[in-house]
Write a protein that binds this ligand. Structure first.
Ligand code: SAH
Ligand code: SF4
Ligand code: F3S
Length: 469
């Protein structure tokens, strides 16, 4: 693949011109600075896109708000991964009808993975007439142009251009945090797991340039960011389709060399392209958190094959064995799907035994959700929802026991923790260990955004309590 997926300078300049035009329109129409409410659903990749949408809106003259009622523009950045995710968006958008009635000037916009799907865009067009603006994932950088059209014509602007995907560099970013930064390294996915909508709504795999990533990391580190999370649907395919030899392990090593006190995380790693080299790089780079999120989805080879995952149980477990060997303190987390079409209870038991073997710190567990347009959508699925619910409960009960045993082991040990904020319990602070375990302790608010050393005194299953040392 060549690199013609980068949005051209001309196009980016055109959008800058629209930014200026929107700003002028807003100045002429509003006495006070107009407010924009942006809400992002879904994964960190989408959150990162949301930060760019916010950056563009600020540049156009909007002030960001968390208050829906005071907004002149509402933008929902949506997720399509499961039916439940889409239902929530439909519900939340439906609820905006009243706001629009009270304020006909309000602009209601939708973007992200859901809107990239033709049938969804159509549904919003036909059944949600109060939605003025809709665009797909490949057109995000054109937000200034779309808004300008909305503001000037008063007409509905719907654009879900179909393309293989692109990369728009140097968009403004409004980072939600002052100490944790999301840095995408690649976009899209070529894997076509049979259950998954992502390749259809995010286009083909494409990697950012090595030097662009390094320069963004340098930039945020110099601004004082303490945690850098490298993002991609499959970070291990970084530069896989490019002429460059600089693959993901090389990128990790180069970022590790950047001077400063920060930790590096990454997600998600697909076992198919996960190599021993990556594990070596993790083990040898002192700034890389000893946490590996390696989704296995199922412990049964037949099901893995039907899912089109391109690895088997043995390969997955070899990687895990090697990773624990290189990093005995490693924390492993994963995603798993229960009730894939055709899965039998016996096959599901292979998932349980794999969980028992790996001893995950935590798991993201999902019941299979059919996604229109994917291969699994049409597969015969005879196990009832209730039965899948029972399997699901069996799995989560098992994981709860494993997590409790893992956190019990943390008692008395001291962890270096990035303090993320106040906990829900009064006076306590909350952070995460390198292994991604939530840790809460008494401390001064001034510690938020800094590293602290915390000794675990009272481990519970999903949260451990401690004290600073
Ligand atoms: N690219 C990542 C996963 C991204 S989606 C990877 O391949 O590891 C996050 C998780 O959502 C997946 O790992 C999977 O467990 C779950 N998921 C995706 N599609 C799903 C579906 N149709 N039904 C249920 N869970 C699904
Ligand atoms: Fe979806 Fe599979 Fe791609 Fe992950 S690797 S985003 S599960 S298709
Ligand atoms: Fe959802 Fe799109 Fe992410 S479908 S999980 S927001 S890539």
């Amino acid at each position: 693949m060549d690199k013609n997926y980068f949005i051209s300078q001309d196009e980016l300049l055109k959008q800058k011109e629209y930014t200026r035009l929107v700003k002028t329109v807003l100045l002429s129409r509003f006495c006070d600075t107009p407010k924009a409410f942006v809400h992002t659903y879904g994964c960190q990749g989408n959150v990162s896109d949301g930060e760019k949408l916010k950056g563009m809106l600020e540049e156009m003259g909007y002030e960001l708000t968390d208050d829906l009622n005071s907004a002149s523009l509402i933008l929902y950045n949506t997720c399509a991964i499961r039916e439940h995710a889409e239902d929530r968006v439909f519900g939340n958008v439906g609820a905006l009808k009243q706001l629009k009635k009270a304020n006909p000037e309000l602009i209601i916009g939708l973007c992200g993975c859901m809107t990239q799907q033709e049938h969804i865009a159509e549904k919003f067009y036909k059944s949600y007439p109060f939605v003025n603006l809709l665009f797909g994932t490949h057109a995000s950088h054109r937000l200034p142009e779309f808004l300008y059209r909305c503001l000037c014509t008063g007409k509905r602007v719907f654009d879900n251009t179909v393309c293989d995907g692109n990369i728009a560099e140097s968009l403004p970013v409004h980072r939600d945090s002052t100490f944790r930064a999301w840095i995408p390294i690649m976009y899209g996915c070529n894997n076509f797991c049979s259950y998954c909508i992502v390749p259809y709504v995010r286009g083909r795999e494409r990697s950012r340039k090595f030097e662009d990533i390094i320069s963004e990391v340098r930039d945020v580190v110099s601004q004082g960011y303490k945690e850098i999370t490298l993002l991609g649907q499959n970070v291990n395919s970084y530069n896989k389709n490019e002429a460059s030899e600089l693959r993901f392990p090389a990128l990790l090593r180069a970022i590790n060399e950047i001077e400063g006190d920060f930790i590096i995380r990454f997600m998600t790693s697909h076992p198919r392209d996960c190599t021993y080299e990556l594990i070596d790089a993790m083990a040898e780079c002192d700034k890389v958190a000893k946490h590996l999120h390696l989704p296995f989805q199922s412990g049964n080879d037949r099901v893995l094959k039907e899912m089109n995952r391109h690895y088997d149980r043995a390969k997955y477990l070899q990687l895990i064995d090697y990773a624990y060997e290189r990093m005995p303190e490693l924390s492993v987390t994963s995603d798993v799907i229960v009730g894939f079409p055709g899965e039998t209870y016996d096959e599901f038991k292979d998932t349980l035994s794999l969980i028992e073997y790996v001893k995950y710190t935590s798991l993201f567990t999902f019941i299979f959700s059919p996604r229109k347009g994917t291969k699994a959508f049409d597969m015969e699925d005879s196990v009832s929802r209730e039965e899948k619910g029972r399997w699901f409960k069996e799995l989560t009960d098992l994981q709860e026991k494993i997590a409790a045993a893992r956190t019990a082991d943390m008692k008395g040990k001291v962890y270096r923790v990035l303090v993320e904020g106040k906990s829900k319990t009064d006076g306590m602070l909350s952070g995460r260990t390198q292994g991604n375990v939530i840790i809460e302790f008494l401390g001064d608010e001034g510690l938020i955004g800094e590293f602290a050393h915390v000794k675990v005194t009272n481990p519970r299953t999903w949260v451990v309590y401690g004290e600073t040392v």
